[in-house]
Design a protein around this ligand. Structure first.
Ligand SMILES: [Zn+2]
Length: 387
């Protein structure tokens, strides 16, 4: 995922203090090693690597368009944004009606704030919510939820209807039969902060990124990337890196390389380091955002860090609400500006190359890309209604 709009950024980590309960069942998922989580372990949320790889290739192509045309300053953000006023459909695999109802209720805090709807497809006849299946050839919903994959994650915005996201055989991706949002273990046992987790993932689904990677924020400097000097690598029973006998602590790279995350350096950099991405909108850093992870103490150089969240991680902050209203505004003038941006994108994807540019290269690059047709289709699908 790459950084997003309005105070949004990218990767997050939930302190999974309830890890044992969350993954306590023998047969609820394929990741049995997570049964051994202790209250001190932290699992970061990230989409599966093979899915992330497809996002990065598509985003690199989107950024290349920016050089060809004016009006595409924030192309990565704009392509991922749903239409203001849209009712984005949600469907479930697994879980019972009570869980579906609770999730729908938790997300009202989001939809009541801005001009976007989430339609969970409650059938008044049966009292059940919309479902989807891995065999679907048509989209049952834009947001396709499961509870049985490992961890918590969501694709960002319209990536969930972009067929170039995720490999064809992957469980996760932008095709109709692929999951776009996972709340692992929720059908078995929800963590104490489940409302915050659900809101966080639905904000990703509405195109928000993580706060700790906000390029205007303090986290890059506040994080303890390296081990304490002289640290002697030491592990607990499960393989998690812990302080050594002299109390020297592992840094972030070392900690995340062990149980339960097993991340290599590139993955840490991608998910935690701050990146300048001129195609993404970043608002002011917001310490109360539900998009800011609460990392364990060893992640910070200083206990009083400005990077640590102030909020409870459960309710939306004022900054989150401002971001939502920027993304999904009500005033007609703001919606008109979004339409203009989307039409500028379509002009580049579908129209003739700008005459002022070196025509040959431009005209060949855009139409030939496998992405042009699919991205144009999803931009059209998210043009505000009535346009
Ligand atoms: Zn997240």
């Amino acid at each position: 995922m790459s950084a997003t709009q309005c105070g949004l950024d990218r990767s997050n980590a939930f302190a999974l203090n309830q890890g044992k309960q969350l993954f306590g069942s023998e047969d609820d998922m394929d990741s049995h090693e997570l049964e051994h989580l202790t209250p001190d372990d932290v699992v970061l949320d990230a989409v599966p690597d093979e899915v992330e790889a497809t996002v990065q290739v598509r985003d690199a192509w989107l950024r290349s368009l920016r050089q060809d045309a004016a009006g595409l300053e924030f192309i990565v953000s704009d392509v991922r944004r749903w239409s203001p006023g849209q009712k984005v459909r949600v469907a479930f695999i697994g879980g019972n009606t009570a869980l579906h109802q609770d999730i729908a209720d938790a997300t009202k805090e989001i939809t009541e704030t801005c001009n976007i709807g989430l339609d969970f497809g409650l059938d008044p006849q049966t009292g059940r919510f919309r479902t989807w299946s891995a065999q679907d050839a048509e989209y049952a919903a834009e947001i396709r939820v499961r509870f049985d994959l490992k961890g918590y994650f969501s694709l960002v915005g319209t990536d969930s209807i972009d067929p170039n996201i995720g490999a064809p055989m992957s469980a996760v991706g932008g095709r109709p039969g692929q999951c776009s949002l996972n709340l692992g273990g929720f059908a078995v046992n929800r963590p104490q902060n489940w409302r915050g987790v659900a809101r966080h993932e639905f904000l990703h689904a509405l195109a928000f990124l993580h706060s700790h990677q906000n390029m205007r924020g303090p986290c890059e400097l506040a994080f303890r990337w390296e081990d304490d000097e002289g640290y002697v690598p030491s592990k607990n029973e499960q393989g998690g890196f812990i302080a050594d006998a002299a109390g020297r602590r592992p840094g972030i790279y070392t900690y995340l390389a062990g149980f339960p995350n097993f991340w290599d350096k590139a993955k840490v950099d991608h998910n935690l380091r701050t990146k300048e991405d001129p195609t993404v909108v970043a608002g002011p850093f917001d310490r109360a955002s539900v998009m800011l992870y609460r990392f364990p103490a060893l992640f910070y150089k200083n206990a009083q860090t400005e990077c640590a969240p102030l909020g409870d991680g459960i309710s939306l902050s004022e900054g989150d609400r401002r971001g939502l209203r920027l993304l999904y505004p009500k005033p007609a003038a703001e919606i008109a500006a979004i339409v203009e941006q989307k039409q500028a994108i379509l002009g580049v994807l579908e129209g003739p190359p700008p005459a002022a540019l070196d025509g040959l290269e431009t005209s060949q690059r855009v139409p030939r890309s496998i992405y042009a047709r699919d991205v144009a289709r999803l931009v059209r699908r998210t043009l505000p209604l009535g346009v």
